[in-house]
Design a protein around this ligand. Structure first.
Ligand SMILES: Nc1nc2c(ncn2[C@@H]2O[C@H](COP(=O)(O)OP(=O)(O)OP(=O)(O)O)[C@@H](O)[C@H]2O)c(=O)[nH]1
Ligand SMILES: [Mg+2]
Ligand SMILES: [Zn+2]
Length: 342
């Protein structure tokens, strides 16, 4: 295959502007006569410039999105007009209803991006392979606390643990249970925990988040075999997941409840939050907020820091505290130059 020429920043902008122009021309072609009556629907898929909208009757329509609309994500309740001439692809989303909740993440290039809307549970999926990282878990917990949506922790692939490793992992995750988070151990191979997870998802609108390769889509297939989500091997070279799921998708449980499978995120940054907000998002720190000697306490080595004191007394878990320091430190490194520190 011929090598693609490298485009300059300006050329890239031009290409993307032209693409947007072509798209809007296409939208303008969507004449009134080609569109059916306005209806309410739910966004069940989102890719590129399109969204799949499910009508109240349960039919799915691929729709363009009016340029005036800021953003559309899975779980959004929208007003749309289906295409008449081409029911499968010709619709258009005209408006997005107010969201009850929205999970967001900062993107280096695009700023703060919504991931999913109107969810009431965030299922943070981790696995013992590629690696168990409590720091990554803590990042997702911060994101969930920030948007005030209940997080649940799932640790997948537990059949790979021998009994010593299992004890170690259970100890590492006990701290989360101690501060009030639910932890579910699962395996798509042995079936452990699938019923418990299924009960947790019933009647809720949940989203699976977590790194690529932890087994989000495999869990979806266990819970909803008809979903037939694509599953990808872990790369033999890097030991990492290969970003198999590329767009979010909302699925229904026959017994009630919805589940959104989302693409793995390589690096869940949190630079869009203020450091004070991150502190608040470590929920076991909340009791101590306002109690440090200095109002601008960084909770590192400041004298009279009662969070640090709580760590030393064993009232706050040390691992979580170090994780907090790592997150706060990384916020300055990862923040793009255009975004002011807070
Ligand atoms: N041993 C073991 N492997 C699992 C388990 N669950 C999933 N896997 C494997 O993990 C790999 C990645 O699974 P996926 O379901 O594609 O992971 P994902 O989280 O959806 O990844 P992305 O879509 O890339 O974000 C596949 O090879 C699965 O077969 C499990 O419980 N045990
Ligand atoms: Mg997947
Ligand atoms: Zn302090």
């Amino acid at each position: 295959m011929a090598k693609r020429p490298k485009l300059t920043k300006n050329q890239r902008r031009k290409v993307s502007e032209n693409r947007a122009k072509r798209l809007s021309a296409k939208q303008d072609e969507l004449k009134d006569s080609q569109l059916g009556d306005m209806q309410n629907g739910t966004v069940v898929g989102r890719f590129g410039k399109h969204a799949d909208v499910e009508s109240q009757e349960g039919t799915v329509h691929r729709c363009f999105i009016r340029r005036t609309i800021d953003s559309v994500v899975c779980g959004d309740h929208v007003q749309f007009r289906p295409g008449i001439t081409d029911e499968q692809t010709g619709g258009v989303i005209e408006a997005v209803h107010d969201r009850n909740s929205v999970l967001t993440r900062p993107d280096f290039y695009d700023g703060i991006k919504p991931i999913a809307a109107n969810i009431d549970q965030i299922i943070v999926v981790s696995a013992v392979v590629p690696e168990l990282s409590t720091n990554i878990i803590d990042r997702y917990l911060v994101a969930a606390e920030d948007v005030e949506i209940q997080p649940i922790l799932v640790l997948n692939k537990v059949e790979l643990l021998d009994s010593d490793a299992r004890t170690y992992v259970e100890q590492a995750l006990q701290v989360y249970q101690d501060i009030g988070y639910k932890v579910i151990y699962t395996s798509c191979k042995s079936g452990e925990g699938i019923n418990e997870l299924s009960a947790q998802l019933k009647d809720n609108i949940s989203i699976f988040v977590g790194q690529s390769g932890v087994g989000k889509s495999s869990l979806v297939n266990q819970l909803l075999p008809e979903a037939e989500e694509a599953v990808g091997e872990i790369s033999a070279n890097s030991g990492l997941g290969q970003h198999t799921t590329t767009s979010a998708k909302l699925l229904h449980f026959a017994k009630g409840g919805d589940l959104i499978d989302s693409p793995g995120i390589r690096e869940f940054s949190l630079w869009h939050l203020s450091k004070e907000r991150v502190t608040w998002c470590f929920k076991e720190f909340r009791d101590y907020l306002g109690g440090c000697k200095f109002r601008d306490c960084k909770h590192i080595d400041d004298p009279g820091c009662i969070i640090r004191e709580a760590v030393e007394n064993g009232d706050v878990d040390e691992q979580r505290y170090f994780s907090y320091l790592r997150i706060v430190e990384s916020m300055d490194e990862k923040r793009p130059a255009y975004s002011k520190p807070t």
